[in-house]
Ligand binder design. Structure first.
Ligand code: GLU
Length: 303
């Protein structure tokens, strides 16, 4: 395969806390897809929002990846170091007439589902702090792509709204950062949770505006609690195991959540053995295109 089309995947966690079972499943899916394709798998720490990222969280989650045998290639990219690249991309969008400054606060447009674009033709209150927004009604529309699991997708980004690219407090927003960095790292395949499917239209719109290559997308089913809620730090998703038995069991459960039907005995094997089996047997075709998987019952911590 020529270098430019060689598979390059990534796991791009926000270090707002330790990984939980849902993030393990996303990491594992992207790892297996990359390794089964003989490709590279990178880790990028999406720490653009320091107040949301407690100190030490990034190193904790990297240690968790290692504990589960998920070894990455190349140096880790940290988004907090990438401000200049994001500014360059924003400048390009401004020049193209695709980004504009906005003084409006969420409170001012709370009666609307999406920001109504009041600052599009000129800032409403120029003396206030300004955010930068994408002109989602310009550029490529509608956005279409083929998700590798959920099939044909079509969205009109204008119906999703003028997403923020740079915040009023000067912090960079996820949509711009992810697009710039996926291109910088030559990512060919984005494999991540289904919660990000409806972010993809903005990302593809930005890629096309900035003339960046468009990766393939595979969105994975989300792990939900019995109440049907997505696992998150907020609803106290159980922590990942650290003990050997728990790690083996959770890795096995993550393979099962990805519909890979691992043989029962694999649950007692160390991560390297489980991953060896899983890479050899990885099949996206086996994934069921239903949005949710119930969290398996995990043994209580310390058990
Ligand atoms: N940083 C994002 C998150 O933790 C994921 C980014 C991505 O995979 O595109 O939800």
């Amino acid at each position: 395969m020529p270098l430019s089309t060689r598979y390059r995947g990534r796991f791009a966690p926000t270090p707002s806390g330790p990984l939980h079972f849902g993030s393990l499943v996303a990491a594992l899916g992207s790892y297996l897809d990359a390794r089964a394709a003989g490709g590279q798998w990178l880790v990028r720490i999406e720490d653009i929002d320091p107040p949301r990222c407690p100190e030490g969280a990034a190193s904790t989650l990297l240690r968790q990846l290692e504990t589960f045998g998920l070894e990455w290639d190349e140096a880790i990219m940290y988004q907090h170091t990438r401000g200049d690249a994001y500014q360059q991309a924003l400048d390009q969008l401004i020049q193209l007439g695709l980004a504009y400054p906005c003084s409006c606060s969420r409170k001012q447009w709370q009666a609307f589902d999406i920001y109504p674009g009041w600052c599009r033709e000129g800032v409403c209150e120029p003396d206030k702090p300004l955010a930068w927004r994408l002109r989602s009604d310009r550029g490529e529309r509608p956005i279409r792509w083929q998700d590798r699991l959920f099939g044909e997708q079509q969205f009109d980004p204008a119906e999703l709204g003028d997403v923020v690219l740079k915040r009023k407090d000067g912090l960079w927003a996820y949509q711009l950062a992810v697009v710039v960095d996926d291109a910088e790292q030559h990512i060919t395949d984005v494999v991540r949770g289904l919660d990000l499917l409806d972010n993809t239209p903005w990302q593809r719109q930005l890629q096309s505006a900035l003339q960046l290559p468009q990766p393939r997308y595979l969105h994975l089913p989300l792990i939900v609690t019995t109440e049907g809620q997505k696992l998150s730090k907020q609803n106290l998703a159980p922590a990942l195991a650290e003990d050997e038995r728990g790690v083996r069991q959770q890795l096995f459960q993550a393979l099962a959540a990805l519909d890979q039907a691992p043989p029962k005995d694999l649950a007692f094997e160390p991560p390297a053995t489980q991953l060896h089996w899983a890479i050899a047997h990885w099949s996206v075709a086996r994934l069921n295109p239903t949005p949710h998987r119930l969290i398996p019952l995990l043994p209580p911590a310390g058990d």
